[in-house]
Write a protein that binds this ligand. Structure first.
Ligand code: AMP
Ligand code: MN
Ligand code: MN
Ligand code: MN
Length: 279
């Protein structure tokens, strides 16, 4: 019997808000029996060099990826770039701007938390982050440490989302910029975890339409912790809009025992997998 190839095309390392170094992430990916992994850190590709080194002399195939933060109307959406050439200037200039923006945003988050009586959040969050990228998950870890909530999910709900004390509306890349950077880098742009956005079905279709018009090609039909009904709905959208289907766990940390590398339901039969276009 032939074994199916196991693809996981969405993951994070300490180069963004994951808790494993690229090297440790690769070791765990191999342990979990994954054959093809994309490292897709938020707004940066700094982890790729170490990851490439770590897959040498192993059977794991590494896909160079990134997850770009985008502001679309009033919403934040995430666009994955798969198979990018990370040495591309326009991509790197764009990503650098996003990470610089993150520094100012982090200062603003800390200022707002301070006003609500939580001091030292910037330094506290930095302890959990590398020098590369500072994000809300780092603040969440600090707030849990300080006893403001019992877990990460709780802390997000109470402090870090819209209408909460530490919320700062994002001003990320435009959808067109993100897709262009990925295309200029020879990659494939994929809408990440489409079911996670708090937008109506109509709006999601508008997002997909715009995304296609500007050169996006993929849709993450299967992601970590997803309901079977959602997968069916997303597969239908992918089919209707002729988008390639991707799957990825969005793995961040071994502490989340319910999201593991490579542990994903298969893509529905109707899907055209994004890897079917790979040589
Ligand atoms: P940022 O890009 O800095 O705004 O942070 C977004 C990241 O925060 C996501 O990629 C997740 O890693 C994390 N995140 C957002 N909401 C939650 C949540 N409810 N529970 C755990 N992590 C979350
Ligand atoms: Mn994240
Ligand atoms: Mn995301
Ligand atoms: Mn992600």
């Amino acid at each position: 019997m032939t074994q199916m190839t196991c693809y996981d095309l969405h993951s994070h390392s300490t180069a963004s808000d994951g808790s494993l170094s690229p090297e440790d992430l690769i070791a765990r990916t191999i342990e979990q029996g994954v054959d093809v992994l994309a490292l897709t850190d938020h707004d940066g590709t700094e982890g790729l060099a170490e990851a490439k080194q770590a897959v040498k002399d192993t059977d794991l195939t590494l896909i160079s990826g990134v997850e770009i933060s985008v502001t679309w109307g009033k919403n934040t959406v995430h666009i994955l770039g798969l198979n990018i050439d990370s040495d591309t200037d326009s991509l790197q200039q764009g990503l650098t701007k996003l990470r610089d923006y993150r520094i100012g945003r982090a200062q603003e988050i800390a200022k707002r938390l301070d006003k609500s009586g939580i001091s030292g959040a910037l330094e506290g969050a930095r302890k959990y982050a590398s020098d590369i990228m500072l994000g809300r998950l780092h603040f969440a870890k600090f707030l849990v440490e300080q006893g403001y909530a019992k877990n990460i999910n709780d802390v997000f709900k109470r402090y870090l989302v819209r209408n909460k004390p530490g919320y700062v509306p994002g001003e990320w890349a435009s959808l067109a910029d993100a897709v262009n950077w990925i295309n200029e880098a020879g990659g494939q742009a994929v809408i990440a975890h489409p079911a996670r956005y708090r937008i109506t079905a109509t709006k999601l279709r508008r997002l997909v339409t715009e995304f296609k018009e500007i050169g996006g090609v993929g849709f993450e039909v299967v992601s970590g912790r997803q309901h079977p009904e959602e997968i069916k709905t997303l597969a239908r959208i992918a089919e209707q809009f002729e988008l390639l289907a991707s799957c990825g766990s969005d793995f961040h940390t071994p502490d989340n025992t319910w999201v593991e590398l490579g542990r994903l339901p298969p893509l529905p039969e109707s899907c055209v997998p994004v890897w079917s276009t790979w040589g």
